[in-house]
Ligand binder design. Structure first.
Ligand code: SAH
Length: 351
């Protein structure tokens, strides 16, 4: 079986090429062709000897996924459905807004956290994605952009629990944040890692010398309500999540964002807002409210505009920094929480 090129680090690639008698700079050439110059085939790497290109083609594959469907929303959001070698599918989204080009990547096939309102976890987790499969999503989305346009932001908010696959994610991010031509040149500050709140992994991330933006999916400000909505919370406890978030801020100097999906009639009442304000007061944090995006088969409802405004006003009244997330890609089921396993949607959009 061919090796997945993007699973190698540039140093490993150098070693693999040295075994074939190629000098070290060839590895950098190959890598920058893919990462910087959008090559999708070894054949197009015209400054490499033909024999080496052929050898590479026999041993490696640049992409290990196939694009099986591409959907475009009226708002410009694009969703790619990628089939992995083992037949599992993952989804990745590109959002365009003014000068921003934001890619949203998945880190797992499915998700094991079981948040009761989210489509990604409906069938549990199948496996972690490799560093190459994570990186490949971003490179593939970038290759869809017009020549000269770059990915400016990355959000790790697709399918899967990001921190449950931390090592592979970190390896992919090293390439994302390395300067061109060997990396995609994103600043660490423009990378947001969203987590359900796994305190041990959050602490580990805090100890690295990195400046990633951390977003923690809170969704409830009381222990009992959070246990109901985010089952994993039962194991870790709300207090430990908050403590690990505070630690992240202390160690990195980066303000943590707390995500809060607003579910009509469930966690969007005035009392809920007040409890959240209590939790947020005295800490330097930001709240990002996400009006619920409906998921077929689940009976949660998007809150009314009035409820969203009331919730926001209560937080603002208590001097909590708060924004409401704009919904993007809803028509093509690419909005938050709508990415899922399975191919039901594929048939209609097959390329
Ligand atoms: N596992 C990570 C990434 C999940 S996706 C995490 O839990 O943070 C990013 C955000 O979308 C999370 O806050 C998630 O809870 C939220 N989300 C899930 N389903 C949603 C839905 N149907 N509507 C709106 N937001 C949703």
């Amino acid at each position: 079986m061919k090796r997945r090129l993007l699973d190698l680090s540039p140093i490993e690639l150098e070693r693999a090429l040295a075994e074939r008698g190629a000098p070290g700079y060839r590895a950098r050439q190959v890598w920058s062709w893919v990462i910087d110059r959008r090559a999708e085939r070894f054949e197009s790497m015209t400054d490499l000897p033909r024999a080496l290109r052929e050898e590479l083609n026999e041993s490696f594959e640049i992409f290990s996924t196939e694009i099986v469907a591409r959907s475009v929303d009226d708002d410009g959001t694009t969703k790619l459905l990628l089939a992995c070698r083992d037949g599992e599918t993952i989804e990745t989204v590109l959002m365009a807004e003014e000068h921003r080009r934001t890619v949203c990547v998945s880190t797992q096939v499915g998700c094991g956290m079981g948040c009761v309102f989210c489509a990604s976890g409906l069938k549990g987790v199948v496996r972690n994605l490799t560093r190459g499969e994570i990186l490949e999503q971003i490179v593939r989305e970038r290759n869809q952009l017009p020549e000269g346009e770059r990915v400016s932001h990355l959000v790790v908010m697709g399918m899967g629990e990001s921190l449950a696959n931390l090592d592979e994610l970190l390896a992919a991010l090293e390439v994302v944040c390395a300067p061109a031509p060997l990396g995609l040149g994103l600043s660490q500050r423009r990378v947001t890692i969203s987590t359900v709140g796994l305190p041990d992994k959050m602490r580990k991330l805090a100890e690295l010398d990195r400046r990633y933006h951390l977003a923690v999916s809170l969704h409830a400000a009381t222990e009992s309500l959070r246990d109901r909505l985010v089952p994993i919370s039962h194991k870790v406890g709300l207090g430990a999540v908050i403590e690990a978030s505070d630690r992240y801020f202390e160690r990195t100097g980066r303000q943590v964002t707390f995500e809060y999906v607003l579910l009509g009639g469930v966690n969007d009442r005035a009392d809920d807002a007040r409890a959240l304000a209590d939790l947020m007061s005295r800490r330097s944090a930001h709240v990002n409210l996400i009006p619920y995006n409906p998921v077929a088969g689940l009976e949660f409802e998007r809150p009314s505009e009035d409820a969203v405004n009331r919730f926001t006003a209560i937080l603002r009244g208590r001097s909590v920094s708060v924004t409401v997330r704009k919904t993007k890609g809803r028509v093509i089921d690419a909005a938050c929480g709508q990415l899922r396993r399975g191919t039901a949607a594929v048939e209609s959009t097959l390329l």
